[in-house]
Design a protein around this ligand. Structure first.
Ligand code: SAM
Length: 309
């Protein structure tokens, strides 16, 4: 969870720390669930691109709370990065673009399909919108691909998208696989961000479709050329803002003391990063090992080439 000044001001960042979520994005999934009852009757769930794990935390808390009797809940989380352990969550450190990750998920579910697949995957943003949108779309395709291997018929798929100019094409393509596709923007997702989520319900792959890791949305797989659909033939999916007016607005600034009776006290992030790439540099700095060693010369004997100009 970042600690830039923007994050520190953000109400969801502060609430996440107070309520013990590993990242503020937990609220996005919670608000999506409020609107779509995503977790209703779900026992097997997959969290793609899960690190640091706030969506897995939400799944674990919510699914286990609603399935106290049978205790059949199984959650599998996949990410390229290592993640601190979470009770009741099976972790796979792997790439969602690889078929081996799909096989590993299936193995954990003992051959049973999942009821719900969620994906909050994001590549490292470059700041170049076209490239970021393209890479995000590719990650979404990978998520859909793996989903076609593991999701049960009628199951639900939720994934992050960047709402760029080609997003209607993406909706049309997702409609091939799902009965209901909606674009949703939770209140905890900043308005200034082009991020939104597709909520795809009622998984029904096309007749004869066999899951494979090739791009399932390539036009040439089907008779209809979705790229060329125009006007009313292009699918326009409903848009829904999740979280009513009582939910906090992520673009507003709130006072540090929300509750008049309570003193504000700083709560450190729930989960420190695991082996961050700067760990070694921190160690060197702490032990004063970062500075270059410089030879010490007796006064008046500094060689001329080392003298500062
Ligand atoms: N939903 C998470 C949470 O609530 O804590 C946050 C996810 S974070 C925004 C995006 C994650 O996508 C990163 O941890 C990154 O490692 C992961 N990711 C990106 N590409 C991936 C890939 N090809 N396979 C697996 N994970 C990937």
């Amino acid at each position: 969870m970042g600690r830039s000044s923007k994050d520190k001001r953000d109400i969801y960042y502060r609430l996440a720390k107070e309520e013990g979520w590993r990242a503020r994005s937990a609220f996005k999934l919670l608000q999506l669930d409020e609107e779509y009852q995503l977790f209703h009757g779900v026992q097997k769930a997959v969290d793609l691109c899960a690190a640091p794990g706030s969506w897995s935390q939400v799944l674990s808390r919510k699914l286990n709370a609603s399935d106290k009797q049978t205790c059949q809940v199984k959650i599998v989380a996949v990410d390229l990065q290592a993640m601190a352990p979470l009770p009741g969550v099976i972790q796979i450190q792997g790439d969602i673009t690889k078929v081996s990750s799909a096989h590993e998920i299936i193995r954990h579910f003992e051959g049973q399909p999942a009821d719900l697949v969620v994906c909050d995957g994001a590549p490292d943003v470059t700041g170049l919108h076209d490239i970021d949108e393209y890479i995000q779309a590719q990650l979404l395709l990978a998520a859909l691909n793996i989903t076609t291997h593991v999701l049960k018929r009628g199951g639900t798929f939720v994934a992050k998208i960047f709402r760029g100019k080609d997003v209607t094409l993406l909706y049309s393509q997702l409609k091939i696989f799902f009965r209901e596709v909606t674009c949703a923007k939770p209140r905890s997702s900043r308005n200034s961000s082009i991020e939104a989520f597709v909520v795809c319900q009622g998984y029904h792959p096309p007749e004869g479709y066999t899951p494979n890791m090739a791009n399932p949305l390539l036009d040439h797989c089907y008779d209809v050329k979705f790229n060329q659909l125009e006007g009313p033939n292009r699918v326009i999916v409903p848009f829904l803002a999740c979280g009513d007016l009582s939910a906090y607005d992520s673009d507003r600034t709130y006072p540090l003391k929300l509750d008049a009776d309570k003193e504000y006290s700083y709560v450190p992030p729930t989960q420190p990063p695991i082996c961050p790439p700067y760990q070694e540099a921190c160690f060197l700095k702490k032990n004063n090992l970062l500075a270059k060693e410089r030879p010490i010369y007796p006064l008046g004997e500094v060689p001329s080439e080392t003298q500062d100009n």
